[in-house]
Write a protein that binds this ligand. Structure first.
Ligand code: GLY
Ligand code: MN
Ligand code: MN
Length: 440
C-alpha cells in the first residue's frame, strides 16, 4: 500500500511548483453509463488518483497557494442513506478529511461556493481543460460569473495554465512505494501468463480445442485471485493471424492447433499497470518457421534490454531494435536488399509497425514527456517503460507463404535504477526452451 504521507507529499510538491496567488483544481472521474441502468466499472482519473488516493467519482481536489500559505481541500459526494443502500457506501466529507489528510473537506452541495472562493482574486488558475465538457463548462461559467462582479470585489484570474505537465513530470519518476506495487503487478501478471500456457498445454493434451476467450478467462482468474480485480487494459488473446491485429480484443476464435497465440495482458494493482506480452505455440511446440521468427524477436528484445542503462534514450534503443529486426528479416529472406538501405527506407514497417517502448505507471501508456529541449530525454532512475518488439506477417504479406499467419510480440516492463535496470516481468517464461519445457 502506498502510505497516506506520500499523497500528502505529492500535493505539497505540486503546490511548491505553483505560482504564488494561484489555485489548482483537479476533478475526479465520473461514472460512465454502459447501457440502461448499468455503468462501466469505475476507474479513477489517474492524476486525481495520484494526488489523492480518493476512490470515488464526482470529487474535486482544490489546491490553493496564497503568498504565504497553502491548503489542500477535497469536495466529495454527500452521505446519503438511500443512495448508499442502492449504489454503495460513500466515504463522506467528515471521514475523508481525517482518512486522507486534507486540510479541509466539504460535501458536493458546497462545490460552487468552494470553487468560487478558491478561484476569486487569484492570478493563475491551473485547470486541466478538455477532459470533460461538463467540468469545463462549470469552470468557465464560474469565471464568467466572477467577471460580472468587480464592484463586489470579484476578480477572475487572468491566466489559465495546464497543471498536467507538472503532475505528469512527477508521475514519470516512480517512488520506492510505487515501485513495490509495480513489481507485485509484474509478478501477478507473469504468473497469469504462465497459467495460460499451462492451460493451453493441458487442453491440447486432452485434444480439446483452445479458444481465445478461455485463455483470457484464465488470465483474469489469476489476476483476481491475486488481489488485482481488473486488467489494466483490454486483454489481447490472438491466435494465428489474429495476432497480427495489434489491439485485437474480440478474443472469440478457436485457436488452430498448429498456431502461435499472442497474449498481451497485465493486471492493474492499486491503480498501477503491468503490460506483458508473451507468444507461444498453443500445442506447446514451435514449428521451424515459428521458432526462427520467434528467436529473432526474442534476440532483439534481449539485446535491447542488455543495452538499457541510465543516460541512454528510448530512441537509441528503438533504433537498435529496428537494426536487429531488419537484419534478421534479411537473413530469413523475408526482406531483400542492403540492411542500411532497408533501414533508411523503414522497410521493417511492413512487419514491425509499432514503437518499441512507452512509459508505464498509473496508465498503461503512461504520461511524461519523451523529449526535453527538442531532444530525446535520457533515461533516469525511477522511470518505468516497456520493451516490446514484434513481427507480424498476415496472409497478404509479401513473402513466402510459409511465414503467413504468424504474429509475435515479446514485452517486458523495465525499471531504470541508479546503476542499470531491473526487469519487473522476468518471471514470465520467454525462451523457446522454457516455454516448451513448461508446456510439456
Ligand atoms: N498493451 C498495449 C501495449 O502494449 O502498448
Ligand atoms: Mn505496451
Ligand atoms: Mn502490451
Amino acid at each position: 500500500m502506498i502510505p497516506n504521507s506520500e499523497f500528502v507529499t505529492r500535493r505539497n510538491r505540486l503546490l511548491a511548483q505553483m505560482a504564488p496567488n494561484s489555485v489548482a483544481i483537479i476533478p475526479a472521474a465520473n461514472e460512465l453509463t454502459r447501457s440502461n441502468d448499468t455503468e462501466f466499472p469505475f476507474r479513477q482519473n489517474s492524476d486525481f488518483q495520484y494526488l489523492t488516493n480518493f476512490p470515488e467519482p464526482d470529487a474535486w481536489l482544490v489546491l490553493e497557494k496564497s503568498l504565504d500559505t497553502t491548503s489542500s481541500t477535497l469536495v466529495c459526494r454527500v452521505k446519503d442513506k438511500v443512495a448508499e443502500i442502492w449504489q454503495g457506501r460513500r466515504i463522506g466529507a467528515e471521514v475523508a478529511k481525517q482518512q486522507f489528510e486534507f486540510d479541509e473537506t466539504f460535501d458536493e452541495s458546497k462545490l460552487h461556493s468552494v470553487l468560487f472562493t478558491a478561484i476569486n482574486n487569484t492570478t493563475i488558475l491551473y485547470w486541466p481543460q478538455g477532459e470533460s465538457e461538463a467540468n469545463d463548462k462549470r469552470i468557465f461559467d464560474l469565471l464568467n460569473e466572477l467577471r460580472t462582479g468587480p464592484k463586489k470585489g470579484w476578480n477572475a484570474p487572468t491566466q489559465i495554465s495546464d497543471p498536467r505537465p507538472l503532475i505528469h513530470e512527477m508521475r514519470l519518476f516512480k517512488s520506492a512505494d510505487e515501485i513495490t506495487v509495480m513489481k507485485r503487478a509484474g509478478v501477478i501478471s507473469s504468473t497469469a501468463h504462465k497459467r495460460a500456457m499451462l492451460f493451453a498445454a493441458n487442453l491440447h493434451k486432452l485434444k480439446q480445442p483452445v479458444t481465445e476467450f478461455q485463455l483470457e478467462a484464465e488470465i483474469h482468474h489469476e489476476f483476481a485471485m491475486s488481489g488485482a480485480k481488473h486488467p489494466a487494459y483490454g486483454t489481447i488473446v490472438g491466435g494465428g493471424e489474429n495476432a497480427c491485429i495489434l489491439h485485437y480484443t474480440e478474443n472469440q476464435d478457436v485457436i488452430e492447433s498448429g498456431s502461435l497465440v499472442l497474449i498481451d495482458a497485465g493486471c492493474e494493482l492499486q491503480g498501477y499497470a503491468a503490460d506483458i506480452t508473451r507468444t507461444f505455440p498453443v500445442s506447446g511446440k514451435f514449428s521451424p518457421e515459428q521458432k526462427a521468427l520467434y528467436q529473432l524477436v526474442l534476440n532483439t528484445q534481449v539485446e535491447v534490454i542488455n543495452n538499457i542503462k541510465p543516460g541512454t534514450t528510448l530512441k537509441a534503443l528503438t533504433e537498435l531494435s529496428v537494426r536487429l529486426i531488419t537484419q534478421g528479416l534479411v537473413e530469413l529472406n523475408i526482406l531483400e536488399g542492403d540492411v542500411t538501405q532497408l533501414i533508411s527506407h523503414n522497410a521493417h514497417r511492413a512487419f514491425y509497425m509499432h514503437g518499441l517502448a512507452h512509459w508505464l505507471g498509473l496508465d498503461v501508456h503512461d504520461v511524461g514527456d519523451y523529449n526535453q529541449a527538442g531532444a530525446q530525454r535520457p533515461l533516469q532512475a525511477g522511470m518505468v517503460f516497456t520493451v516490446e518488439p514484434g513481427i507480424y506477417i498476415d496472409s497478404e504479406a509479401n513473402c513466402e507463404p510459409k511465414w503467413h499467419g504468424i504474429g509475435i510480440r515479446i514485452e517486458d516492463n523495465i525499471l531504470i535504477t541508479e546503476t542499470g535496470y531491473e526487469n519487473l516481468t522476468i518471471t514470465a517464461p520467454k525462451s523457446v526452451e522454457e516455454i516448451e519445457a513448461l508446456m510439456q
